[in-house]
Design a protein around this ligand. Structure first.
Ligand code: RIB
Length: 311
């Protein structure tokens, strides 16, 4: 059983020819809203990956923005542990998506900022706790230490990037981050492999966008090439990766298998608009992997290994 503790937002999304520079105004298309938030996206991805029961600890306002988020998570079978702080709105995110599917996101945390150490539900029966950094950092640290003490594996997606103390990192069993977040934590110098090797966590996964991802598990390294898809909107792809990865690991699969499932699910997320609206089901991922070209994968893997400094 997996517990996700983290943020839930209602996403307000506009497509535009490009993401505005500071001081610039850009005319975009129509406004769309989607259920989002890194925590909620990851919980939904974990549930849709199947094979493991998913619970989520979240905080929502008592307002109209909460309803689509609750409906989306409940529809995927996620069991909710919801805090409703009085007089605080549901978290919101303002997202501009450019014509290449890349985005820029500003989050107004709202109720997400109210999650505190004492809100963690009893951890009995959970094998994994999955968190991100859109709730207060002291809360993340308190949950990580409580999980460690209860023998629950702690998975932290270090997004959005923040400075993390050694004490928090010491409680993390698996750290998942992108290249920018990796270099912010491990320093700019050296190859991806060097950076992975110098982090204190027992296992680290770095996602490298269109190149794929690399993992260190103890002293062993794994590389998984990305899958090429027509990109519509990359929002939520990283979250789908994390949720799918943890579902596979909680289902006792190997890291190599989990990376492949997560990469395929993340690729499929990029083919549709929105965060939770575009997270695939296990059957979609299975069908996609059957038709994925092994020749392309092998070629991309070679390039990825070279880029990351893997022999
Ligand atoms: O990772 C994508 C998510 O980041 C969006 O759904 C938005 O809500 C922000 O939390």
């Amino acid at each position: 059983m997996v517990l996700v503790a983290g943020s839930a937002n209602l996403d307000f999304v506009v497509r535009a020819p490009h993401i505005p520079a500071p001081g610039e105004t850009v005319l975009g298309g129509g406004l769309q809203t989607f259920a989002g938030g890194k925590g909620a996206n990851q919980a939904l991805a974990c549930a849709r990956a199947g094979g493991v029961a998913t619970h989520m600890l979240l905080a929502l306002g008592k307002d109209a923005f909460a309803a689509p988020i609750e409906a989306s998570l409940r529809g995927a079978g996620v069991t909710l542990h919801t805090l409703h702080p009085i007089g605080v709105p549901t978290g919101t995110a303002f997202i501009c998506v450019d014509e290449h599917g890349e985005n820029a996101i500003t989050v107004a945390p709202g109720a997400n900022a109210c999650l505190q150490a004492e809100h963690l539900p009893p951890l009995q029966g959970f094998s994994h706790l999955l968190m991100q950094l859109e709730i207060p950092l002291p809360t993340v640290a308190a949950y990580a230490h409580a999980a460690k003490a209860a023998d629950v594996r702690v998975v932290l997606n270090a997004a959005p990037a923040q400075t993390l103390g050694q004490e928090l990192l010491a409680a993390v069993d698996l750290l998942v981050l992108n290249e920018g977040e990796l270099r912010a934590l491990a320093g700019d110098g050296g190859s991806v492999l060097d950076c992975l090797a110098c982090l204190p966590c027992p296992a680290v996964v770095v996602t490298l966008g269109a190149r794929g991802c690399v993992a260190r598990e103890g002293n062993a390294f794994h590389a998984q090439a990305s899958f090429q898809v027509p990109v519509v909107d990359t929002t939520g792809a990283g979250d789908t990766f994390c949720g799918t990865l943890v579902a596979a690991l909680a289902g006792q699969h190997t890291m190599a298998h989990a990376l492949r499932q997560a990469s395929a699910a993340a690729a499929l997320t990029c083919t549709q608009m929105g965060a939770q609206s575009s997270v695939p089901y296990a059957a979609d991922v299975a069908a996609f992997l059957i038709q994925a070209s092994q020749a392309n994968e092998a070629q991309s893997l070679l390039a990825l290994r070279q880029f990351a400094g893997l022999p």
